[in-house]
Design a protein around this ligand. Structure first.
Ligand SMILES: NC(=O)c1ccc[n+]([C@@H]2O[C@H](COP(=O)([O-])OP(=O)(O)OC[C@H]3O[C@@H](n4cnc5c(N)ncnc54)[C@H](O)[C@@H]3O)[C@@H](O)[C@H]2O)c1
Length: 251
């Protein structure tokens, strides 16, 4: 398939997990992928794997919590191709602790990575996106945007805000033909969730609450991200898709 031939895609947090799968899927469907991560070695690995498989990619080191770093990443893309059609704001993290024990620094980090970083790329990438005939932004929220569990207050509030940011930007960017949507994945086994997955009791609890009885695969989230970014979703903006094995449908 070549749905994304001649399209330039930036994926943040693309050095591992869901972001890496999204980068691979875009490349497989013909896109040039800017593999953005704070961890440059991970970004190089993923870009290298894409190129070894015959795709096109370039690693770009950037810390989404740092304004100048995000601006430098966009400048690097301007200098490289001068083109950007799609941004996937995927970088995310969690500090899992009860809110009453959380420091200001921890709060700020979760907020910066999960929300403000995406807003920075949406802002600084705007000039490039507005020159595209197929512009789209896909933001990673979570089922935690509308639910929560112990020690997840900060994480879930940033994910709710990510959904809200997506709706706000959808309205703001619609006159420029830039669509903005978001994804709400359920549980996917990645570095982010390895603590849950390794704990047999917690793992059992999660699987019991997932009607399909298994974790999602990063590729299953990636396919939904590609749909939202594709022309197949040409009349969708400000919307979210839940990809959770039925978790949100169950009591
Ligand atoms: N795994 C899940 O079950 C799940 C469920 C719902 C939503 N999500 C969301 O999906 C996204 C990807 O999660 P994942 O599970 O693949 O996580 P992951 O930990 O495997 O990957 C996150 C990537 O983001 C990068 N990153 C972290 N901080 C960064 C920063 N400041 N600047 C740039 N890059 C940074 C990391 O280096 C890493 O490569 C996140 O937004 C997460 O909240 C994940």
């Amino acid at each position: 398939m070549t749905r994304f031939n001649n399209r330039y895609v930036l994926v943040t947090g693309a050095g591992s997990g869901i972001g890496a799968a999204i980068a691979h899927e875009f490349a497989r469907e013909g896109a040039f992928v800017y593999v953005v991560d704070i961890d440059v070695e991970r970004a190089e690995d993923v870009a290298g794997q894409i190129k070894n498989a015959g795709g096109q990619a370039l690693e770009v080191q950037a810390d989404v919590t740092d304004g100048p770093s995000v601006k430098a990443a966009i400048e690097a893309i301007k200098a490289h191709s001068g083109k950007l059609d799609i941004i996937v704001n995927n970088a995310g993290m969690n500090v899992r602790t009860d809110l009453r024990h959380m420091t200001d620094e921890e709060w700020d980090l979760v907020l910066q990575v999960n929300l403000v970083g995406g807003a920075r790329f949406a802002r600084d990438g705007f000039e490039l996106l507005k020159n595209s005939d197929h512009a789209a932004i896909v933001n990673l929220a979570s089922v935690m945007a509308t639910r929560s569990t112990r020690q997840m207050s900060a994480y879930s509030s940033t994910k709710a805000a990510m959904a809200s940011l997506s709706r706000g930007l959808a309205v703001e960017y619609a006159p420029f033909n830039i669509r903005v949507n978001y994804l709400c994945p359920g549980f996917v086994a990645t570095n982010l969730t390895s603590r849950f997955v390794r704990n047999p009791v917690v793992k059992e609890q999660i699987l019991n609450r997932t009607p399909m009885g298994r974790f999602g695969e990063p590729e299953e989230i990636a396919k939904a991200a590609l749909f939202l970014a594709s022309d197949d979703a040409s009349y969708m903006t400000g919307s979210g898709i839940t990809v959770d094995g039925g978790m949100m449908a169950a009591l």
